[in-house]
Design a protein around this ligand. Structure first.
Ligand SMILES: Cc1cc2nc3c(=O)[nH]c(=O)nc-3n(C[C@H](O)[C@H](O)[C@H](O)COP(=O)(O)OP(=O)(O)OC[C@H]3O[C@@H](n4cnc5c(N)ncnc54)[C@H](O)[C@@H]3O)c2cc1C
Length: 449
């Protein structure tokens, strides 16, 4: 039974909206368009294993997430392994090469010239050509283009985007800050005072026994199903300077604060009638498409002496002409996910690369060195595939200017959450949701004093 009025209405029950609702002490209603909670957190089952069509794992140092796991009593669902033991590869010229800080120095991942550019960097002046330069330009200017290309490949695993378009200041603010404060990234990394270590436990890669999305459903139960409306689309009708008027399930409901925890273009669509300028600005935040494919490959095909290669997180593909950005070794990530007869891979690719081969084709070429027979594309059994349009926000050149205009337009009764603000990783999203929930709490407390 809906009430006539709420202090807060939260639109979107992805991790941003759920974390906000978890922290909020207000009288709120959380509205979700889909039947499931969690938005991009999508765990899927294959036999007795699980693969993710969203975030794969988390580190045991994501403070907000750790707090919620303990509070809702979900600790016994956590599975983990030592981060240092999970290898990550870079695929260069169809070869999997170990990617680690030491391999950057001691392996052939980088040429001697690129390695020397790191030593030269502290002696360069910090004159950029523009206020808002791309990551590729920034790293090329400070080091060299080979390092910029390498970082660009690594960033595909986070942004699924293009380092020549991503803004250094918006997407990697800490590196830009080092240059601004210390005149050098290398010197800044050494000189910058280190924050006192809060945690002493070893870094772990973690997930939940039933997948990442199981946590979102558990969080929903903790928040209270009576405060959540699933499969519901609300319409914003008006704002009279004090209260928002919404139409929800043919009923008219009012609220004091509106919290939009959706993707930017979804927030734009929701706001257009009442805040057309804001809607127009939000629509200018660009999102990259991503295609996810889950495959299995017979375990018996792998050379027994090389099976340990797959005891790893996966690889990022450094081939710029390929649509395949990377592959996660889903069944090998946690022992609990292993399948007896198969290996399960989840590949992520850019659907827009013209003329490139299918992920299965790419995988069969790349993994050829690890199997006993000639690998055929048919050896990879496609079990799932989905194109996610406008999936990942890109903090591209111009993004900071759009955000500053959004901030100028934003009324204090309207809050925007989600990974298009303050960091694309969900740990940043949770942090911001927590901070805004506390901010609204303290401003409401001031109003009632
Ligand atoms: C394939 C993929 C892999 C990723 N991997 C990682 C990773 O490994 N590590 C990491 O840190 N981050 C990763 N991310 C990013 C991470 O998923 C996001 O940071 C985070 O989940 C964003 O959460 P959100 O709540 O902001 O948005 P969403 O997850 O998009 O949630 C928004 C919710 O709002 C709902 N909604 C939208 N419009 C309306 C409306 N009008 N009314 C009601 N409901 C509405 C949607 O249905 C959805 O449930 C990945 C993202 C993707 C797509």
């Amino acid at each position: 039974m809906l009430k006539q009025h709420y202090s807060e209405i939260i639109i979107g029950a992805g991790i941003a909206g759920l974390s906000y609702a978890y922290k909020s002490e207000a009288d709120f209603l959380l509205i979700e368009r889909s039947s499931q909670l969690g938005g991009s957190w999508q765990s899927r089952n294959y036999k007795n294993s699980i693969y993710e069509f969203g975030p794969n794992s988390f580190m045991n140092r994501s403070e907000g997430l750790e707090e919620m796991i303990d509070t809702i009593g979900f600790r016994d669902q956590v599975i983990s392994h030592d981060f240092k033991k999970s290898k990550r590869y870079l695929c260069q010229n169809d070869q999997l090469k170990l990617a680690s800080p030491s391999s950057l120095i001691f392996s052939d991942l980088l040429s001697l010239q690129a390695k020397l550019s790191v030593l030269r960097e502290p002696f360069l002046s910090n004159e950029s050509q523009s206020d808002d330069e791309s990551i590729h330009d920034f790293i090329s200017r400070r080091f060299n283009t080979e390092l910029a290309d390498l970082l660009g490949h690594a960033l595909k695993g986070i942004w699924a985007g293009d380092a020549k378009m991503l803004s250094a200041q918006a997407a990697l603010p800490f590196l830009k800050e080092l240059e601004d404060s210390y005149g050098s990234i290398f010197a800044g990394l050494i000189k910058k005072p280190k924050a006192p270590k809060k945690q002493t436990n070893t870094l772990q890669t973690c997930s939940f026994i039933n997948g990442m999305s199981s946590f979102c459903e558990a969080l929903g139960t903790y928040i209270g199903e009576e405060q959540i409306l699933r499969e519901t689309d609300a319409r914003l009708l008006s704002y009279d300077g004090e209260r928002y008027l919404l139409e929800i399930n043919s009923q008219q409901i009012t609220c004091d604060h509106l919290i939009l925890a959706t993707k930017a273009y979804q927030a734009a669509e929701f706001l257009f009638l009442v805040y057309p300028n804001l809607g127009e600005l939000l629509n200018r935040i660009y999102y990259a498409d991503i295609e996810l494919s889950a495959f299995t490959l017979g375990r018996n095909l792998i050379k027994p002496s090389l099976i340990k290669t797959f005891d790893a997180f996966g690889f990022i593909n450094a081939n710029p002409d390929s649509s395949l950005m990377g592959t996660i070794f889903s069944s090998e990530l946690f022992p609990e996910r292993q399948l007896e007869r198969e290996l399960l891979f989840t590949s992520f690719s850019r659907p827009s690369v013209a003329g490139s081969q299918s992920p299965a084709n790419e995988l069969s070429r790349i993994l050829q060195a690890y199997v006993s027979t000639k690998l055929r594309v048919e050896d990879f059994k496609l079990i799932d595939q989905q194109l996610f349009k406008q999936a990942i926000p890109q903090y591209n050149i111009g993004y900071l200017s759009i955000m500053s205009q959004i901030n100028n337009e934003l009324p204090s009764s309207l809050k925007l959450l989600g990974n298009y603000i303050g960091g694309v990783a969900f740990k940043d999203t949770i942090k911001r949701s927590f901070a805004l929930a506390c901010q609204v709490k303290s401003s409401s407390a001031r109003m009632t004093l």
